[in-house]
Structures are given as structure tokens and as C-alpha cells.
Design a protein around this ligand. Sequence first.
Ligand SMILES: NC(=O)c1ccc[n+]([C@@H]2O[C@H](COP(=O)([O-])OP(=O)(O)OC[C@H]3O[C@@H](n4cnc5c(N)ncnc54)[C@H](OP(=O)(O)O)[C@@H]3O)[C@@H](O)[C@H]2O)c1
Length: 286
Amino acid sequence: MSIVVTGATGELGRLVVERLLATVPAESVAAVVRDKEKAAPLAARGVEIRVADYDSPESLAAAFRAGDRVLLISANEVGRRIPQHTAVIDAARAAGVAQLAYTGVLGGPDADFQLAAEHKVTEQLILDSGLPYTFLRNGWYTENYTANLAPVLEHGAVVANAGEGRIAVATRADYADAAAAVLTGEGHLGVAYELSGDTAWSLAEYAAVVSEATGREIAYKNVPAAVHQEILVGAGLPEPFAAILVDVDEAIARGLLAGTSGDLARLIGRPATPLAETVAAAVAAA
Ligand SMILES: NC(=O)c1ccc[n+]([C@@H]2O[C@H](COP(=O)([O-])OP(=O)(O)OC[C@H]3O[C@@H](n4cnc5c(N)ncnc54)[C@H](OP(=O)(O)O)[C@@H]3O)[C@@H](O)[C@H]2O)c1
């Protein structure tokens, strides 16, 4: 039996493997990756590399073994994820894995925005498969904001169409620790965790935190959805992706990413990383 992480060369996956290596022997950890070269640093640390592509069901046939505890990290190509996730679930079922944990989205079936649609279908596919499951319904990454500091500092403003909506973000490392906890612990089968930061803040508050960290006046500029769409496309984002981000902001305005169930802090045994800490680190690195 191994603990298997898909998407192990991605940003979240690398952190999950890191946390696992701090907890269990390297020989009990396997990484499912599509690019063996990219996984060389993991192999060097003793992690078993299983090469498979979500787009190739044949390659997935050898990705899992009976009794494995598997983390399916949701794929990153919106619109392609249902066949991709279906292929992973089918392979996991054929192998007879002992646990399939899946990184979905905060709110699960109640999340009604575009980006949530494929996560909801995937959860249902997992339920239909009959596999022992754990749903890790991740809220927004703090890094979605801090990775975007450059234009905020350039324009002196956080621009969005989220109104006064609040967002309970946590860092990828927080979500990774939660994933590692359910893969190494007991009592997590048949459970859906609503994972998010301990505090929900508005974008006006985020702008104030950035002001504090930089010593510069940063405003929050709430704009209509159509204007935000134009700004994002003008900044070089493809139209469909810009539309998804605008739709997410509308969901934030409706309070859909504000949930603070406390599940994340309970799973990781510590508070989620405070916003100000992540912002300060990002400013220092900029
Ligand atoms: N909660 C949030 O705020 C938030 C934000 C962004 C994304 N997400 C979701 O969370 C997931 C993990 O986040 P992340 O930051 O780790 O994203 P990421 O760095 O883009 O990682 C995605 C991983 O999926 C792998 N992958 C993609 N297509 C694949 C395929 N056809 N076959 C095999 N592997 C494939 C990638 O492989 P390579 O390493 O080879 O590229 C990568 O390792 C994302 O994929 C997305 O579904 C959530």
C-alpha cells in the first residue's frame, strides 16, 4: 500500500508530497506525474514515480494498486476535467484503492459558479464509483491574490467586481497539510471537509493589508463585471479565462467563498496562515 499523489509536480502537489515526506517513510509515497523529468527531484528523495496522463486511460492503468490511499488533485484545464477525472476514478476503482481523496471547491454541491461545475460532477462520479472517498473542498488560495501583487502595486489599486463580498483564503501549504492529514490519518472516509481560512476578509481589507505591508496607499476599486472583464482581457488574459474570474468575483460578492467552518484548522491542528503573514512574505519577495 502506498500514499499516492497525482499532480505531484504541481504547486499544491509538491507541498503535499513535502508534508508526507515529513510524516511517513519516502518508500511509502508515490507520485503520479505526466513528466518524469519534472519529477526527478522527487525521485531523488526516494518517492516512487508512476508516469501517467489523465488524457491517457491506458497510462493510468498502472498508476494505482490495491489498498493505495490516493489524492486526486483536480486537473488544471477547465472544460477538460470531467473526462480526465473520470479516467482517474475508473483506474482507481479498477485497482481497488482504499481511499480516493479529491480536491474540490468550497461549498461542494452549493457552489453555483462556473469554476465549480466540474468539481461537482467529479464528486458525484466518485460517489457513484462506490470508492471510499474524502472530499477536500478547498477555498481560495491566498496566493491567487499575492501572486498578483505587481499590477496592484503598479496601479495602487485592487481591482475586482466582488463588491463587499468576503473571502476565507488559506495558503496552498495549509491545504497541502490538510490533504496529508487525511492521507495519513484515520476516520476520514466518507467525509466532506469544507476547507478555508479562519477569517473571511473583504477586498477593501485586503487592500488595507497590502497598504500596511508596503507603506503605500492601495485602494479597493470595485468595478462592474463588464468593466473588470475588459480590464482583464486588456491585461492579456484570454476572454474565457477572464470570464471565469469575473464569475468567481460575482460568487464572492454572493458570499460563496466566505465560509469559515473551522475544518481546515481542525485537520491541520493549527490556525490557517494569516493573510497578513502571506502578504508580508510576498512583498518581501517582490
Ligand atoms: N482553490 C484555488 O484557489 C485554486 C486555484 C487554482 C487552481 N485550483 C485547482 O487546484 C488544482 C491544484 O492547484 P495547483 O496550484 O497545484 O495547480 P497546478 O500547479 O497547475 O497543478 C496542476 C497539476 O495537475 C497536473 N496535470 C494537469 N493535467 C494533467 C494531465 N493531463 N495528466 C496528468 N497530470 C496533469 C499538472 O502536471 P504538470 O506538473 O506536469 O504540469 C500539475 O502537476 C488545480 O489543478 C486546480 O484544479 C484551485
